[in-house]
Design a protein around this ligand. Structure first.
Ligand code: GLN
Length: 197
């Protein structure tokens, strides 16, 4: 039986856990360095505040170990702030975090008026998906090998790359389990993200 670790230092991690439990998957919460010694097959980086999460990951001594595991192929589903943590580059911030996903991301990209919105968007291989954006980033540029899975108003809102799936929106805040199911397929088939869609 597969076990998924959800980063639980800040943000919307409980919603991911609830969704995975609905799918019958066992979860563990990563709150401190010692939790990284537990066995797990996949990682979820939830939405929240990437600056706070990035700082806590370093302060708690979890950053380097997780970065190494992701580089080594650990399957990751990253939503919103999680996507920011994975990005190789941020266009409107000098910081960057794990840098395992070759994309350039713009934080809070929709401005103040459009802080939060919800639209049905077209997701590659899945179809229409309810996309919930909350002070969301979008992806401005993608590097070699990155597959674009969704665009919303012309802006890239979801990508896959090797073992990494990233969405600018929040699938865990909807009732739609299809992205989490796709993530479970990625783990089960031990394949590359683009092959599951
Ligand atoms: N605006 C947040 C950030 O920059 C992301 C928002 C979210 O995860 N919903 O980290």
């Amino acid at each position: 039986m597969i076990k998924i670790a959800v980063l639980a230092v800040q943000g919307a991690f409980i919603e991911h856990i609830k969704m995975l439990e609905r799918l019958g998957v066992e979860c563990i919460e990563l709150r401190q360095r010692a939790d990284l010694e537990l066995a797990f097959d996949g990682l979820i980086l939830p939405g929240g505040e990437s600056t706070v999460q990035g700082k806590l990951l370093r302060e708690l001594g979890m950053f380097d170990l997780l970065q190494e595991r992701i580089r080594d192929g650990l399957p990751v589903l990253a939503t919103c702030a999680g996507l920011i943590l994975l990005a190789e580059k941020l266009s409107n911030d000098d910081k960057a975090y794990f840098q395992t996903l070759p994309v350039t991301v713009k934080r809070n990209a929709y401005g103040r008026q459009l802080g939060s919105f919800s639209v049905p968007g077209d997701l590659e291989g899945i179809g229409t998906f309810p996309m919930e954006f909350i002070r969301a980033p979008y992806i401005e540029e993608v590097g070699h090998g990155v597959q674009v899975l969704a665009r919303v108003e012309g802006n890239i809102a979801a990508v896959s790359y090797q073992n990494q799936l990233g969405t600018a929106f929040h699938p865990e805040l909807t009732e739609d389990v299809r992205i989490h199911e796709a993530f479970l397929r990625l783990i089960n088939f031990n394949t590359r993200a683009f092959q599951i869609f």
